[in-house]
Design a protein around this ligand. Structure first.
Ligand code: ACM
Length: 701
């Protein structure tokens, strides 16, 4: 089916005419986002729909050299549609001629490189759907949009009438998965690739080596995986399988082999790499170890060249990440031979001290030569930026936005990760409002073009293969929108509304961010009634940033991540929704003249929305306490449950005062605020996420 004028003779035309006569141009792009995430560049909604019938025919108009990825993606969409519709009444088929429900056309196979075209147009009319794109990559992105358009009413599944033209704001939209700190089996990577594809992310940055593990089979330097992985590594066949899986979804895979620091696992395998005469085991503890390779020996570069040769051949992406972060050079300064080398080469500061940065830049330049000789572009963390680093190196900025701008000014292509550290357990909104290229960025037009995009980083000290999905999703979808959608798309409440829908969608695709914590709670409940434990977990969050390292528990690589803190969401929906209800109530009270009856009624409804969860939380302690006290692994959370009950009672008391038009008595308020200070204290590396909102209630006049 070919649609020259997709909206001709449809009810939309009528709407347009009506809108026209009502002085609203029908060509105007809608800001209505519905369920789409990321929001497309341009959407015009119609008033009609394409209703799914028993047959669902897809026609693929492939170019001269067809790209099997698009057909496979259409096939996956079909399978998913059948699953969603759930009544076995949908029979998908591919057709090469005649009428089709979905017609996909694209110009050429997309090149799996940064910046190849991903734009597409998607037109849904009652008569059929047309997806057009210059490349297969655009067709893949458009199919994901179509998936998100699927809607159900009482009788039917349908796609709403729409005319979408879409393209990404940034060509580099990544997710880093750290498979070194905790090994992430192939199935974990694959299901997260499905999640990435669903929200149009296009780069998997695979962090494959660190102090705690070297995770890829090396045929040239086998001790790297034999010794360095402690048995947990990807075979090269598995790597190729993942690469195929990613490519089929239009996702590039960039491997990271972190050097010269974050490399203790390499030193365990090849002690010749070390900067001193120590021998090392694979690291079992977390933290910045400041153990580094010896950058002065030629044997180091010979070994690295062998590995780079092998790994650049295994990973086809044009980019190759060498890490380069967090080495303070203490091992270099403590080795007289290395200090002598630095002096000989003139790597000294103005005060004549050995200059670690100069030595690391020397190392980076040597590695850059090796990587470039293999036809690859080198990427490194922002520490590699330094005088003398050629502009062909790509800089990934994690320590601050400053590094991003400095890199762009110095001529480097750059990627932003600062502000997208999802392992810190910040809210989706925090990440969402962090723009790689804000309007006030102090850069020229050419410098701005060097900002390729950004990456969310899933560092895995506190995420194993079971719960990692729940640390990535759904928050990473908000970041994906920041990378894809126009800069003007910044409505936080609307983002959260859509994030709820995407979160559910992701589970249908196999991502386990909801299932896995639920399973963990089931295990923790050990056969007892689970609902009260779920209620408690739903208002907890793990402590933010890296505080988990410093709260009384010594984590190692062997510490199981199966406690209540691990089942708690990185961002509590219940707490966020409660926060909105509190804000709403306080706003209504502030704005409303006390006499306005309608508003008073609205405020009553708002008060119920606040009181309902509070009552549940107040009563929950009695229900969950027997379980917490019966399970040694849960006992540490008993104080949080008790505090939740206490502060809920205080908040309910404040609501009663409000209802009677009373101000909070001063002594009562003082005592209540003290109680809130106590409730803020974490236990078991988790904290109550509702304290700040309860405080607003208690403090309100
Ligand atoms: C980093 O977080 N050390 C790149």
């Amino acid at each position: 089916m070919h649609m020259l004028h997709p909206f001709a003779c449809t009810p939309l035309l009528l709407t347009c005419l009506l809108l026209f006569f009502g002085h609203i141009g029908c060509s105007q792009t809608s800001t209505e986002t519905r369920n789409l995430l990321p929001v497309p560049a341009q959407v015009k909604w119609g008033v009609s729909r394409f209703v799914l019938k028993n047959t669902w025919r897809t026609q693929l108009n492939a170019p001269v050299t067809p790209d099997s990825a698009v057909r496979a993606a259409a096939q996956r969409l079909n399978t998913w549609l059948v699953q969603q519709i759930n009544e076995k009444r949908l029979t998908p088929e591919f057709t090469s001629s005649g009428a089709a429900d979905l017609t996909i056309r694209y110009g050429r196979p997309g090149r799996m490189e940064a910046g190849d075209e991903e734009r597409y147009s998607l037109r849904v009319t009652p008569a059929g759907i047309a997806l057009d794109a210059p490349t297969s990559l655009g067709a893949l992105r458009g199919l994901e949009t179509l998936r998100q358009l699927l809607t159900k009413d009482k009788k039917n599944f349908y796609f709403p009438e729409a005319d979408i033209t879409d393209q990404p704001r940034f060509g580099w939209r990544g997710l880093l998965i750290d498979a070194a700190r905790h090994f992430m089996p192939v199935a974990v990577i694959k299901r997260n690739l499905d999640g990435m594809a669903a929200v149009k992310l296009n780069v998997l940055h695979w962090h494959l080596s660190d102090d705690q593990g070297f995770r890829v089979e090396s045929k040239t330097l086998p001790r790297l995986h034999e010794v360095g992985s402690e048995g947990q590594y990807y075979t090269q066949a598995q790597v190729r399988d993942v690469l195929r899986y990613a490519a089929a979804r239009g996702i590039r895979v960039i491997p990271e082999f972190d050097m010269p620091g974050h490399a203790t696992s390499w030193l365990a395998a090849y002690p010749v790499l070390a900067s001193n005469d120590s021998t090392y085991g694979v690291a079992q503890r977390w933290g910045v170890l400041n153990i580094a390779m010896d950058p002065t020996r030629e044997t180091t570069y010979q070994l690295l060249d062998t590995l780079i040769g092998e790994m650049t051949a295994l990973f086809p992406d044009p980019y190759f990440h060498i890490g380069g972060d967090e080495n303070d050079g203490r091992q270099w300064r403590r080795n007289p031979r290395i200090v002598e080398f630095m002096k000989t080469k003139g790597f000294v500061t103005e005060k004549g001290q050995p200059d670690k940065h100069a030595l690391q830049t020397y190392f980076n330049r040597r590695i850059l030569e090796l990587v470039t000789a293999r036809g690859k572009k080198m990427v490194g963390w922002d520490e590699i930026l330094g005088a003398g680093l050629p502009p062909s190196a790509v800089i990934q900025s994690w320590r601050g936005r400053k590094g991003l701008y400095e890199a762009a000014k110095a001529g480097h292509a750059t990627i932003l990760s600062n502000g997208y550290y999802i392992d810190l357990n910040y809210s989706a909104a925090t990440h969402y409002l962090n723009d790689p290229l804000p309007a006030d960025a102090p850069l020229t037009a050419i410098e701005k073009q060097r900002i390729l995009g950004g990456e969310a980083t899933m560092w895995a000290e506190f995420a194993d293969s079971v719960i990692v999905d729940s640390r990535i999703w759904p928050r990473t979808a908000a970041i994906a929108e920041r990378f894809w959608s126009p800069a003007t798309v910044t409505d936080v409440p609307d983002m959260y509304r859509r994030l709820g829908g995407i979160s559910a969608l992701l589970e249908t695709l196999g991502v386990q961010h909801r299932r896995a914590p639920e399973k963990l709670l089931t295990q923790l409940a050990a056969g007892r009634e689970m609902a009260p434990l779920r209620t408690l977990a739903s208002v907890l969050e793990p402590v933010k940033e890296y505080k988990r390292h410093f709260q009384g528990m010594q984590y190692t690589t062997q510490t199981p991540l199966n406690r209540l803190v691990d089942a708690a969401p990185a961002e509590s929906d219940a707490a966020r929704e409660f926060g909105i209800a509190v804000e709403n109530l306080l706003r209504l009270r502030q704005n409303a003249p006390q006499t306005a009856i309608a508003l008073a009624a609205e405020a009553k409804v708002a008060a119920v929305a606040v009181a309902t969860p509070l009552r549940q939380w107040q009563l929950n302690d009695a229900l969950v306490r027997p379980l917490l006290l019966a399970q040694p692994s849960l006992e540490e959370y008993a104080p949080l449950s008790a505090q939740l009950s206490s502060i809920s009672a205080l908040a309910l008391e404040r609501l009663r005062q409000m209802e009677k038009g009373e101000k909070p008595p001063v002594a009562w308020q003082t005592a209540a605020l003290k109680q809130l200070d106590v409730a803020k204290a974490p236990a078991g590396q988790a904290e109550l996420a509702v304290v700040a909102s309860v405080r607003k209630l208690i403090e309100s006049k």
